[in-house]
Design a protein around this ligand. Structure first.
Ligand code: SF4
Length: 242
């Protein structure tokens, strides 16, 4: 068995943040109404009460490759050129999954909620699962050890199947690596996760200077109108370009 800095963990001490309503994208934005803010505050209080955040994470080796790198071993290709380009700069990666639990799904499906309240509730619950993943990421960053040469290490940006050029069907890879059934997370035939408010993600771990330079796939992606872009496209550094 390979040595890892840590092994799979269940029931990590994660919590839904207190300022959840303000993390919802429409709150605090120009145009958000008083009604919207009140509905978000109500939904946030309910999500904090009902959600049962659970997480599992695993440290895996990155096997560089072109056009795809592999996680753990050659059975697990990352079928995304953009994300493989980022991970290939790293020696290891952390694969993780977070879920807020089934009870929250029951509340989201509550037929007594108006369509408006259901929509707000859904937005707040989505913000909650991302906030819990942020918390897990912060915990991983805190625990990062220095590399063999003593150089500081850092995490690349976080990527999930269904984003950039990584097909949603690749949730299969995340499930094969994580076996998240142990935290109650399952995958349907159409690659949707149950409970509904769950996310999986991979982040590379590498030399901090390298991560600062190449740790974001947007640098090598020339899609002009992507709403998720985090940094400018760099046409001079794109070795995996078709
Ligand atoms: S610009 Fe958009 S699609 Fe391209 S890598 Fe960045 S987030 Fe992904």
């Amino acid at each position: 068995m390979r040595k890892a800095e840590w092994t799979d963990r269940q029931h990590l001490p994660l919590d839904v943040p207190k300022n959840l309503a303000s993390k919802t994208y429409f709150c605090g934005k120009k145009g958000s109404s008083k009604r919207m803010r009140h509905a978000a505050a109500r939904a946030a209080a309910c999500v904090r009460e009902v959600a049962e955040p659970r997480a599992v994470r695993r440290l895996v080796r990155v096997v560089p490759g072109y056009p795809y790198c592999f996680l753990d071993d050659l059975r697990f290709p990352v079928r995304s050129r953009l994300i493989s380009g980022v991970l290939s700069q790293c020696e290891t990666a952390v694969v993780c999954a977070v879920t807020l639990g089934e009870q929250l799904d029951d509340v989201l499906r509550d037929p007594s909620l108006s369509a408006y309240d259901q929509w707000v509730f859904d937005q707040v619950a989505t913000a909650a699962v991302e906030a819990v993943m942020d918390e897990l990421e912060a915990e991983i960053i805190t625990g990062l050890q220095r590399g063999p040469s003593g150089a500081a290490r850092a995490l690349t940006a976080r990527y999930s199947p269904g984003y950039c050029d990584w097909p949603l069907t690749e949730q299969r890879l995340m499930f094969a690596l994580l076996r998240p059934e142990k935290i109650g997370l399952t995958l349907s035939e159409s690659y949707l996760m149950q409970p509904q408010k769950s996310v999986t993600a991979v982040m590379g771990i590498g030399d901090a200077a390298m991560v600062a330079k190449y740790g974001i796939a947007c640098r090598r992606c020339d899609r002009p109108r992507c709403p998720f872009r985090r940094c400018a496209y760099d046409p001079h550094w794109s070795p995996a370009r078709d």
